[in-house]
Unconditional design. Sequence first.
Length: 199
Amino acid sequence: MEVFSLYYFGPVSYFSALRNARKAVIDIYEHYQKQSYRNRMEVYAAHGKYPLIVPVEKVKGQKSLVKDVKISYRENWQRHHWRTLFSAYNNSPFFLYYRDDIIKIFEKKFTFLLDLNLESIRVVQKLLGASLDFSLSTKYCDVQESHFTDYRNMFSPKQKNKTATHSYTQVFDEKHHFLPDLSILDLLFNNGNNSISYL
């Protein structure tokens, strides 16, 4: 069994690991970590890698559980995220094909980050045309007590993921070259139906 964190349109390597897991469990009882993929995705904008961050209500230290973190709507982050995605990927081969499914996420107000992230996975499953078989934890997954392989700290915007090895065509790669392990949306907009075989 493999234990994962729950991400917001997580990186390609995350979905590759989730797709190839034998029995994946997403830990919603882990402590929320700031500056992680739990509330951000990275996309390929005109000037290079660009983070899109979902603002959350003030988290009390490191003790808030992922399932309890609430989204903040003090700023119109949904509009910003969608405009950035449109600007970055409108010229990609499959943006028009997928846009109607993705824009719905930015038209709905989710109270909890958990629900937003779960919806992002559901949409990705639909667009990939493949099921990602996982369950949600009912308590904190302690790998010392259970037979889990721990993927929770494997994916981080602060470090390069060494598993992302081969490239694909990206909108701005002639300008900045290939940028590995961006949000799964980068792969989908650029690769379309071939995305599942890449994973």
